[in-house]
Design a protein around this ligand. Structure first.
Ligand code: ZN
Length: 339
């Protein structure tokens, strides 16, 4: 065990003495939610009941609420929203949420203990828009923690995606499939590139999109697929972009031009996967090189890789090998040796 931090068998990232991030840990008075993705909300109901405070950014609170109707985050006294870079003192410790470039509202967590030791959990992040937090102890995500997970292409994937959609709009409706947060990032890319056709989407995507607008994204004309206007656009195959969650891929837009966005693509920025369907490599996580670069720039003396949400073993080994830093994957896999 590395002093100051730990990832438990239930996925809680423990920092210092008081904080548990992204899963419930009954011995910790403070719970932090780094962002609204489901694999960072484990045990949230228990935390809302029993933790003294449940900390998150306002945008994460709103997105989490929209994606989980039965939680009543706004009416729960323990929920405390915290702005980026504002510090909360708790006992001898200081807790600060730092920006993470991932989805709207995402944060890293910095805990400074009484002795001034700085402990950081990155949460999920993409290096390009994420400030690196210098620290003594670092817990790092490991989604693309294997050396095979490198994006070696030099093209600007965002530009490519916009031009693919623009071109296909000449033939009518284009369907885009992705995850919550990523879909809204694509909407913003299109609006920034002056693509002004209507965006059509089902209710859940619409709600998430409205929250992104509330928190500063300007996304232009939005229609619900179930409203008259949205229905007519889709039914008539008129030029618009239809945004659907990835899990709807088999059910809608089967005769249209279709684009799926996924991070799990490393060899080429774009690949044809069906008659009129392409996969585009747009990720909201750092690839392997980005993870190593973050660790290096953080100047951490000890590193834990998240071995709960992803396979952290390879990343821990590579950090030790390439940077000479003491690194371990947690929770431990069976047969794993500690470096
Ligand atoms: Zn995430």
């Amino acid at each position: 065990m590395i002093e100051g931090a730990k990832v438990t068998k239930s996925g809680a990232v423990l920092l210092g003495d008081s904080v548990a991030c992204d899963a419930h840990e009954s011995s910790r008075p403070l719970r932090v939610v780094t962002h609204a993705h489901a694999d960072h909300l484990y045990g949230l109901r228990s935390s809302l009941k029993s933790c003294e405070k449940v900390l998150m950014t306002k945008a994460t609170r709103d997105l989490t609420q929209a994606l989980n109707y039965s939680l009543k985050l706004k009416d729960t006294a323990s929920v405390r929203t915290l702005e980026y870079d504002k510090t909360l003192k708790y006992g001898d410790e200081r807790i600060t949420l730092l920006k993470a470039d991932h989805i709207l509202g995402a944060c890293q967590v910095l805990v400074e203990d009484a002795g001034g030791i700085r402990i950081v959990w990155t949460g999920d992040f993409r290096l390009e828009g994420t400030p690196v937090a210098e620290c003594d102890v670092l817990v790092v995500e490991a989604t693309y923690g294997s050396p095979s997970c490198r994006r070696r292409f030099n093209v600007d994937v965002r530009e490519l995606l916009v031009s693919m959609i623009e071109k296909r709009l000449r033939g009518g409706t284009v369907y885009v499939f992705g995850y919550h947060g990523k879909l809204q990032e694509i909407m913003k890319l299109l609006r920034d590139a002056y693509v002004e056709v209507p965006f059509v989407m089902p209710e859940r995507v619409y709600e998430v999109t409205k929250i992104c607008e509330k928190h500063g994204m300007q996304l232009g004309c939005l229609s619900l697929s179930t409203d008259k206007e949205g229905y007519e656009l889709l039914d008539g195959n008129l030029p618009c972009v239809a945004f659907y969650h990835m899990n709807q891929r088999q059910h809608v837009g089967l005769r249209n031009a279709r684009i799926c966005v996924s991070g799990w693509e490393f060899n080429s920025p774009c690949r044809q996967i069906g008659d009129r369907e392409h996969l585009v490599a747009l990720s909201d996580h750092s690839d392997f090189d980005g993870l190593i670069e973050y660790v290096k720039r953080s100047k951490a003396k000890r590193v834990i890789t998240d071995n709960f949400r992803s396979n952290g073993d390879a990343l821990a080994k590579e950090i030790h090998k390439r940077l000479g830093i003491c690194a371990v994957a947690m929770p431990q896999s069976s047969g794993q040796t500690t470096l």
